[in-house]
Design a protein around this ligand. Structure first.
Ligand SMILES: NC(=O)c1ccc[n+]([C@@H]2O[C@H](COP(=O)([O-])OP(=O)(O)OC[C@H]3O[C@@H](n4cnc5c(N)ncnc54)[C@H](O)[C@@H]3O)[C@@H](O)[C@H]2O)c1
Length: 430
């Protein structure tokens, strides 16, 4: 199939290279010419495992091309996937300005019938509105399809190839069948539905996962108060097949480019529709509070101020295996610790360039290795669940002067640290 993917960010760049790998003719479009130049020269604008190799494979096979011209991109395409950002607006709703920009350009440049498919996460009702918007600007026929994306940063290529399900929403049965053909070889269920249901499936899924996280974080607080162990509670809950083990890790809370904005947007959409979404209100509040709960653990040991203390902070990305720091709770915690007067020695395997842009240099040294950050710091704080943080050598751990480790991701082994004479503070475990 001939496919145009608009937006070459985390979803669009991965999507275009995976579609090309499936044997389609794909052209990726971005209105940032620098990004296109980088990609064409083999330098990825984002970190995603396996992406550089897959893009190179697509380009050399002739299946994958890139352009900064939307007109050139959509010209021959049968299906257009819109993958631009839908960030959080000031009032909590999804900001759809990039979607409307793309809709304007498509309406202007489209010369032959197309399937216009929105992959970006957009509130229920958006596809219909965009359809009317484009229809008012062109006489060319087109079908509208909603194909929300469920990939996770850090494993996105694998996620697209082994998806749990594909959701395809449209009011045109022919368009649903045509888009389905693209995904049929995956042998995973395809949910075929109307536009509104497809849009809501995405928000309901992310909001439900965020609810699981906030739920276990509240259980963790009960564990701290009662002496129970949240990892055992989560294990016992997760073995129930009705519950499942995933998204039950107690932590400093969820962040990233999706959950915070999607939960907030569903809450706002519900309110606009006249419904007060009680559960989501609590999920949002619990998540906002959770990092402060962690900071309180530090304050209980050190008091309000950290002047004169050097704090090793491991992890800046919002999760492991990504360089994405959008809405990263790790970044928020670093800011709080710095505001308390601490000198920060930070390390993240992939997210330091992005972090420097938002945190600056004042009060922060960006270290070349995790060992550099930890060695001879006063205390250590773990903020992102990178697996390599589990592999810190004993000699590095015992160099921490105050012998205090605060683990916001429950990553390290309490028994091992106890044997090293280190005080270990985590979430929901004594
Ligand atoms: N990142 C994820 O893990 C993820 C997962 C599932 C769904 N989503 C959703 O997918 C959408 C995209 O997310 P992302 O993380 O890939 O965003 P992103 O910010 O990484 O990428 C968006 C890209 O679109 C480009 N762009 C903006 N306006 C454009 C225009 N007019 N023409 C051409 N290109 C344009 C930008 O330059 C950028 O490269 C969002 O709605 C998001 O909620 C993201």
């Amino acid at each position: 199939m001939r496919i145009c993917v608009i937006g070459t960010g985390y979803v669009g760049l991965v999507g275009s290279s995976v579609f090309a790998d499936w044997g389609n003719e794909v052209i990726g479009v971005d209105n940032n010419p620098e990004k296109i130049k980088m990609i064409e020269s083999g330098v990825m604008p984002i970190f995603e495992p396996g992406l550089r190799e897959l893009v190179a494979k697509g380009i050399s096979s002739g299946n994958l091309r890139f352009t900064d011209s939307l007109k050139a991109g959509i010209n021959d395409a049968e299906i257009i996937f819109i993958c631009v950002g839908t960030p959080m607006g000031e009032d909590g709703s999804a900001d759809l300005k990039y979607i409307y920009q793309v809709a304007d350009e498509i309406a202007l440049e489209m010369k032959t019938p197309k399937i216009i498919s929105i992959k970006s996460t957009v509130p229920v009702g958006t596809n219909k509105k965009i359809r009317e918007y484009i229809k008012n600007k062109t006489s060319v026929e087109f079908d509208s399809v909603s194909v929300p994306e469920f990939l996770r940063e850090g494993s996105s290529i694998e996620d697209m190839n082994q998806t749990d399900r594909t959701v395809i929403g449209s009011n045109s049965p022919e368009a649903i069948e045509k888009v389905s053909r693209l995904f049929e070889h995956l042998n995973s269920p395809i949910v075929k539905c109307d536009l509104e249901s497809a849009e809501l499936i995405k928000y309901a899924s992310n909001s439900f996962l965020a609810t699981k996280i906030s739920f276990i974080n509240e259980i963790a607080q009960i564990c701290d108060l009662s002496g129970a162990d949240v990892s055992k509670v989560a294990q016992g809950m997760g073995l129930d097949s009705r519950i499942g083990p995933k998204f039950l890790n107690a932590s400093i809370g969820y962040g990233g480019s999706c959950f915070p904005k999607d939960v907030q947007a569903l809450y706002k959409t519900s309110s606009d529709l006249g419904y007060h979404f009680n559960i989501l209100e609590s999920v949002i509040k619990t998540n906002k509070d959770q990092k402060h709960y962690f900071i309180e653990k530090i304050k209980k040991v050190y008091g309000e101020g950290l002047k004169g203390k050097t704090v090793a902070c491991l992890g800046l990305a919002f999760k492991n295996d990504t360089d994405d720091i959008r809405e990263s709770v790790a970044i928020e915690v670093v800011r709080i610790l710095r505001d308390m007067g601490a000198e920060i020695k930070a390390f993240d395997p992939e997210a330091m360039p992005n972090s420097k842009k938002v945190l600056g240099d004042s009060g922060i040294t960006y270290c070349a290795t995790k060992e550099d950050a930890v060695t001879n710091s006063d205390f250590l704080v773990i903020l992102t669940e990178w697996r390599e943080f589990k592999e810190l050598q004993d000699s590095v751990l015992i160099s921490v002067k105050d012998k205090n480790i605060f683990d916001g991701r429950n990553l390290l082994d309490r028994t091992k640290l106890g044997n090293l004479g280190i005080n270990y503070y985590c979430i929901g475990k004594k």
